[in-house]
Design a protein around this ligand. Structure first.
Ligand SMILES: [Zn+2]
Length: 173
């Protein structure tokens, strides 16, 4: 991913956060509410969705399918949901004209898009949506770069906070 593309995705994630009036140093609240306010819904499934946590266009709007077998922590589920919102908003064009050309049932998932650029972009969106640069830097400073505390603050997994900090150049790569 080019730096320009990365920056554009971060800016876009910031705009989406603004819709929900969440300050950059505050955590995103319940994803059920976020998704509902965007007009979609979350469905938990215990089917073999381990490799298929996806967002799909539905006849009414969109549905994000999450695994409920307990294979993932709630923090991981939040990241996954944000990742799927990335696909929805960036790649499927939800809320734009492009959405019209998406077929019902169309989706992005990690099986179909093995570590492709779209996966990288959805991860970047998720990280930026959950941990905006400005807020992340502020919280990191306040906690003297205590990674556990930063992760807890943004309600994300420690590994995702670590990656974000590395990506933002706060600590060593
Ligand atoms: Zn994906």
């Amino acid at each position: 991913m080019t730096n320009e593309r990365r920056q554009a995705i971060n800016d876009f994630a910031g705009k989406i956060r603004e819709l929900f009036a969440v300050a950059t140093d505050e955590p995103i609240g319940k994803f059920g509410d976020i998704v509902a306010r965007l007009g979609g819904r979350i469905e938990e499934t215990s089917k073999d969705y381990l490799y298929e946590q996806v967002v799909k266009k539905s006849s009414e709007s969109f549905t994000i399918y999450l695994d409920k077998t307990g294979a993932y922590s709630s923090e991981q589920q939040r990241f996954t949901t944000a990742h799927e919102l990335g696909h929805l908003l960036i790649h499927m064009g939800y809320g734009t004209k492009n959405w019209d050309s998406v077929n019902i049932g169309d989706n992005y998932n990690k099986v179909l898009g093995i570590y492709s650029i779209v996966e990288e972009e959805a991860d970047e969106f998720a990280a930026a949506f959950l941990m905006p640069e400005e807020g992340f830097i502020k919280v990191a400073k306040e906690s003297s770069n205590d990674i556990e505390e930063i992760a807890k603050h943004f309600n994300v997994a420690v590994i995702d906070a670590k990656k974000r900090g590395r990506c933002l150049g706060i600590w060593g790569r």
